[in-house]
Write a protein that binds this ligand. Sequence first.
Ligand SMILES: *[C@@H]1O[C@H](CO)[C@@H](O)[C@H](O)[C@H]1NC(C)=O
Ligand SMILES: *[C@@H]1O[C@H](CO)[C@@H](O)[C@H](O)[C@H]1NC(C)=O
Ligand SMILES: *[C@@H]1O[C@H](CO)[C@@H](O)[C@H](O)[C@H]1NC(C)=O
Ligand SMILES: *[C@@H]1O[C@H](CO)[C@@H](O)[C@H](O)[C@H]1NC(C)=O
Ligand SMILES: *[C@@H]1O[C@H](CO)[C@@H](O)[C@H](O)[C@H]1NC(C)=O
Ligand SMILES: *[C@@H]1O[C@H](CO)[C@@H](O)[C@H](O)[C@H]1NC(C)=O
Length: 296
Amino acid sequence: MKNYNMREMAFWFAFLASFFLINTGVNGQANNTGFVSIDCGLPGSSSYKDASSTLTYISDAKFIDTGTIHNISVEYMMTPTLSPQYLNVRSFDTGVRNCYTIKSVVAGGKYLMRATFMYGNYDGYSKDVIFDLHIGVNYWKTIKISDPENVTIAEVIFVAPVDYIQVCLVNTGLGTPFISSLDLRPMKSSLYPAANSSQALALSRRLNAGPTEGTIIRYPEDPHDRMWEPWSRVPNWTEITTTSHIQNFPDDLFEAPSAVMQTAATPVNSSEIQFYWDVNPIDKGLSYVHCQPALL
Ligand SMILES: *[C@@H]1O[C@H](CO)[C@@H](O)[C@H](O)[C@H]1NC(C)=O
Ligand SMILES: *[C@@H]1O[C@H](CO)[C@@H](O)[C@H](O)[C@H]1NC(C)=O
Ligand SMILES: *[C@@H]1O[C@H](CO)[C@@H](O)[C@H](O)[C@H]1NC(C)=O
Ligand SMILES: *[C@@H]1O[C@H](CO)[C@@H](O)[C@H](O)[C@H]1NC(C)=O
Ligand SMILES: *[C@@H]1O[C@H](CO)[C@@H](O)[C@H](O)[C@H]1NC(C)=O
Ligand SMILES: *[C@@H]1O[C@H](CO)[C@@H](O)[C@H](O)[C@H]1NC(C)=O
């Protein structure tokens, strides 16, 4: 693989929404061609249709031959909103480096890769775990698990140098690596121009300002299946919404979905809006913030 700078961090705030309003009443066309949705730890040849995303998740068995599969502990299965991807995991007791290989990738194509992790005390040890994720030979992110119920999401947008992708979990001596799911999504090459053949974009947060519901927006509302975390009830912010469909400009570089752009935040008693976030000190390199202004 080429010389990625995986440490460039991206901070994307879908905040202060979009461009102009068009009452088309047409929903963005969802097209999941080329999506690979893998539920790690799902037995053998199993698959299922995920009710909320409508996407079909398949077992990880044909992408890896190491590791063992486990269900999470029953007490953590009860959360009604828990996505089925988190009910089981694959873990890696042996070997420093265990890799998934996804084939039928187009060399030179742009992709979004997402890995998720929910511990759910699958091994009964109730232990904190820290391990590294690599994409090919390049460092991607350090995963730190301290809350068994917390879902940790790692995401990177990159240009594939060859016609397959390897995602590797690397044991750094701080516990047994495990994984809940892997999603590969083809991206239009024109989107996220900062991701190119010499550098990738690793996601820090992707926040949807002012939603009325506290749920993550993803496919089919976002045809690119990015995950947008709710960002609401911030002191001194007022949430504003529209029901109109919001159309992106034809040459928009990010194509934030209408569902995200329909909500926004404005300051209560001020003409400026302030926000801040913590930068993870191990993620060196350039930070990149994308905000979308609103005209609601
Ligand atoms: C879906 O996307 C693929 C690849 O981007 C494209 O070739 C195909 O025409 C699209 N299909 C529809 C129905 O838009
Ligand atoms: C996980 O749970 C399912 C159904 O709840 C069960 O069929 C399966 O055998 C369990 N798998 C393991 C590895 O315990
Ligand atoms: C999950 O972990 C993140 C990052 O460590 C933290 O900000 C968040 O509050 C945690 N969420 C829950 C529900 O514990
Ligand atoms: C990738 O983007 C960076 C920053 O915009 C630029 O410096 C670099 O030359 C680009 N690399 C390629 C291969 O286009
Ligand atoms: C909210 O605004 C008030 C007055 O405008 C200010 O004193 C307070 O610090 C603000 N709170 C936050 C959390 O920004
Ligand atoms: C906004 O200003 C009004 C009038 O000055 C005041 O009554 C109200 O408490 C302020 N709200 C906040 C959140 O600062």
